[in-house]
Design a protein around this ligand. Sequence first.
Ligand code: GLU
Length: 215
Amino acid sequence: MCGIVGYVGRRDVTELLLSGLYRLEYRGYDSAGIAVQAAGMNQPRVLRCSGRINALKALIEEAPPAIPPGTPCVGIGHTRWATHGAPTTANAHPHVSPDGTFAIVHNGIIDNYAKLKKRLQEKEHEFRSETDSEVIAHLVEECYEGDLRSALAATVEQLDGTYGIVLISSRQPDTIVAARNGSPIVVGVCENETIIASDVSAIVQYTQKAMFLDD
Ligand code: GLU
């Protein structure tokens, strides 16, 4: 089971996500990735690779997301313990929707993913990974009618299995949405920012106010 982290606020989002992932690295060594989004970007910028967080750090240093300091932004990060699909870059999270505007990270196993994937493929959806998780990004795009929260709510209604999911989108660049069932999600509430993680260890350095979500 993997480690996930999410952030909404004005800090250096890339740095915050990386530091969270280092704290969660013991949860999965197969691959690592982040997606970040600020207003004005057409799509979340996704950086991911097979291997450990150090490899991701090197990738980010080569081509850092150009978000000016103090800009409001959102971001998600993931360190993977592969359950469906090899530990490759293509299978690394975050996964994006076909139009590239939605990005998700997922901790858990979607038991009915094959059936969902088949239905989506019949509607011409092209899949880029072998994971169970990618269906979530496709379903969110299909369910989106102007509200990110409703899109994720309509998506999770179709899922059987376990999940901690965090979602961002260029359609609502000031919003982050999370859902869980059987996989932990903790929300760290700070004054003008929020941090979400699968484990409180990624949050404690920023706030003592942590809420453990119910399924
Ligand atoms: N089932 C997903 C995958 O294989 C998530 C695994 C995890 O929780 O790390 O990509």
